[in-house]
Ligand binder design. Sequence first.
Ligand code: ADP
Length: 347
Amino acid sequence: MNDDTRIDFSHKQDILTGSCLAVDKDPEILSLRPTRFADYIGQTEVVEALKIAIEAAKQREEPVDHILFHGPPGLGKTTLAHIITHEMGGNLTTSSGPSLEKGGDLIGILTHLEDRDILFIDEIHRTPKIVEEFLYSAMEDFAVDFVFDKGMHARSHKYRLNRFTLVGATTRVGLLSAPLRDRFGIFRSLDFYSQPNLVEIIKRSAVLLKVTIDDEGATELAKRSRGTPRIVNRLLKRVRDYSQVRADGIITKKTVEAGLSLEGVDEKGLTDLDRRYLKTIIEFYKGGPVGIEAIAATLQEETDTLVDVIEPYLLKMGLVTRTSSGRKASEEAYKHLGLSFQKRMFQ
Ligand code: ADP
């Protein structure tokens, strides 16, 4: 089975292309997904820990422990689920929390899993409570309880499952219930990628896409990719088009700058929505502190999109800070937008 089984959750707007953020559907982009650890760049500690867990499980002829990945979209959580499947030699079934509406949806999936298969549930924190409860015994005892009939005729039957591994991915680990979180033996957070790692990913993807990019071009693209491999690959395709039509086809610093300014991506990798978010705090709420709900209402965006997609990178870059009374724009944010910090402070 492959990731065609993925159920989409297209409520999230891709900040760069307007398409679904959480699921890559473009076959060319999908072809860039690494399937082996050898091709998975960066996140060395996570990779090392996984390799050990997988090797140990294989030696014991057991499934690997249930694994929870946490981190912003596009950092490689789904990719790791594919790699783990490949290493374990089983099948991958993919789903997402919001698409599992009824207990029956999950039971249908669980009862089809074979020994040492991987079940990947994206956005696991959005799994309805009623479905989540089936996961507890499935994860712990490899069993689910079916209940037949209702009221005084109700009977339950324990159905044994094959020994599988659940790989959960979440952008918000704080929203996961304690009983579910505690059933994962391995918990790993993925961080934004370093520039050298992003350059490596760009060069790998350029080879696969059969495009030429020089060192300066790769560095510039890395700087503008928000530390995120998914964005690297999307932007690489955009600058490929630009270089092909407006230059000689070779991606250079100049074509990256020109191509990405057309996409509204600036030198720090911020998009129009990032800038509107910062401007809202600065101009509408005098620099903050301001609550996320108020920012979302002013921008007419979903709070989840801001928290999951926009804020992690702005926090990482130090452009915004989170205090107990709300979000504040930093001096760096004023500078980036060409606004006077002092002047604003005394207004
Ligand atoms: P997530 O599940 O965290 O949203 P994905 O695993 O779907 O992110 O990653 C998005 C894309 O980024 C993948 O299709 C893959 O091409 C690329 N990618 C992610 N992590 C890496 C990595 N470590 N090395 C190379 N490419 C990566």
